[in-house]
Design a protein around this ligand. Structure first.
Ligand code: ATR
Length: 268
């Protein structure tokens, strides 16, 4: 029998997840279906309960429901607990189990696809909202030394507090970054959605620095700024999107799909 999966969001019609998971299923010969389901803003829980009762095996969760998904789970993976957000649900024996594959997706894209190992690298993570929370644990685990910059510095301080005893991680205002250089600068703010640039000082990029925008599908103000500042390595978040999907697929199906052809197809 075909196992059913879905992505739940609001809005969700733009989601590339059905296309990605269907490509993975064809590649690995898994008999699954995968659809996009828009839940009403006040109806996430009831939508999930319906999927469980209809025998779905799991789902992905996207904006704006990742925190609600976190609260709904009976059991959480360590990385989902650290992120305070869930993007992958597994339904087993009527129970809802939660994981977060966003950080693993970002790490796989940076380290494997873009060949940039993070151990002891200086990483600037911009943003202290949901997207940044979703990835900081994995960056920390990869051994990067991390500065989190946010307009609201209190939020950045709260975010790094739990990691501070175990490694190099600081919170900063944007202004206080002046005079520093970073190996990797990641935009995890929602600025690109509004076509805005975070208030970055000049001079943060070396020519070999990687500028990574978690947003995909357009040349963002951040990537344009990075190029103008002399950065030659620029990446959008399409690779992360496919890699986080692969990690979710792997948790559901216990087989790892090959992401390269799927990324290439989406880039066409
Ligand atoms: P998401 O789930 O996309 O992370 P969020 O939780 O609302 O959304 O968080 C948005 C993040 O983007 C915040 O870190 C916000 O910074 P503040 O907390 O200082 O508001 C950041 N952000 C949004 N627009 C920005 C901009 N134009 N420049 C810099 N940071 C911005």
């Amino acid at each position: 029998m075909t196992d059913q999966y879905a992505v739940i969001g609001h809005p969700v019609s733009h989601s590339k997840s059905p296309q990605i998971h269907q490509a993975f299923a064809a590649q690995t010969q898994q008999d699954i279906s995968y659809e996009a389901i828009e839940a009403p803003l006040d109806g996430f829980k009831s939508t999930i309960e319906r999927l469980v009762s209809e025998g779905y095996k799991g789902c992905n969760v996207t904006v704006p429901f990742k925190f609600e998904a976190f609260q709904l789970c009976k059991q959480l993976s360590g990385r989902a607990s650290a992120a305070h957000a869930v993007n992958t649900l597994l339904f087993r024996d009527g129970q809802i189990l939660g994981d977060n594959t966003d950080g693993a997706g970002l790490l796989a894209d940076i380290e494997q696809n873009l060949h940039c190992k993070l151990l002891f690298k200086k990483v600037l993570l911009m943003g202290a909202g949901g997207a940044a929370h979703g990835v900081i644990w994995q960056l920390f685990n990869a051994g990067a030394s991390i500065v989190v910059a946010n307009r609201n510095v209190d939020k950045a301080q709260q975010m790094v507090a739990e990691f501070a005893p175990y490694g190099t991680v600081f919170a900063s205002s944007y202004e206080a970054l002046a005079g520093k250089k970073f190996d990797v600068i990641i935009n995890a703010t929602s600025s690109s959605l509004a076509d805005e640039l975070p208030p970055l000082p000049e001079g943060l990029f070396a020519p070999e620095s990687l500028a990574y925008d978690m947003m995909y599908g357009r040349q963002t103000p951040f990537l344009k700024f990075a190029a103008a500042q002399g950065a030659t390595r620029l990446a959008d978040g399409l690779g992360m999107l496919v890699e986080q999907a692969a990690e979710a697929f792997c948790k559901w199906r216990e087989v790892r799909p090959d992401t390269a052809p799927v990324i290439a197809r989406l880039r066409e």
